[in-house]
Design a protein around this ligand. Sequence first.
Ligand code: IPD
Ligand code: CA
Ligand code: CA
Length: 267
Amino acid sequence: MARHTPVMSVMVAAARKAARGLQRDFGEVENLQVSVKGPANFVSAADKKAEKTLFEELNKARPGYGFLMEEGGVVEGADKSHRWIIDPLDGTTNFLHSIPQFAISIGLEREGQIVAGVIYNPITDELYTAEKGGGAYLNDRRIRVAARRELNQSIVACGVPDLGRPGHERFLGELSHVMKQVAGVRRMGAASLDLAYVAAGRFDAYWEANLAPWDMAAGIIMVREAGGYIADLKGGEDMLGTGGILAGNEILMKQLAATIKVSHTAA
Ligand code: IPD
Ligand code: CA
Ligand code: CA
């Protein structure tokens, strides 16, 4: 059983409360799908509403902690050593298209280190939690990264840059190298869940460039507490600063890092 500390209980309660709104709105999106304009404005309102709920709940429970949120940006707190890093709706494009692969992601930073994370998919009711030194859990079950040692037996997830975003050519170079070495590649569309799936041993490894801190914060501690390894795309530790991330068990993460590096030098 996952024994939640008081701060983890606060994070889980906030995520579940915001999830109730997203569940309702996801149902509504299916109805709006037929209109020509589609549900874009509705989804953006759902996103902001979820963030407001998270902000209010976390602020009430831990007054003074700072915030870094996708929609609201930085909110300085009186307590300079704690900061919430929040994506209220990770996987917006999926949500917009009625694809049930999205999540609320909450990371807690203490003195610049991520110490707790919650990733919650309200549709599948999968709740991922991790605290520094306490392991990672899916609902109440302890999770571990997969033990595979060979890339050619591995399923590797990635992110594909969207229309209008940078890095298309670079990604194609990475993919052309990676796909020749792995059993299969996946692009699910919610970075936080990609990392949670690595933690749960569903994906063997994962890489993506140009992410924001709120896409990764909770996922980083999830993978580490599941026994996995994380690096930026240069093999360093500046994931939040560079936006690049590699994840997997120690062996696969390093093999994938080497493949990505070769793809960059070959470009
Ligand atoms: C996006 C998702 C996606 C990733 C993008 C992110 P959003 O977040 O995590 O998987 O590839 O780079 O921006 O916009 O849905 O919160
Ligand atoms: Ca996101
Ligand atoms: Ca988002």
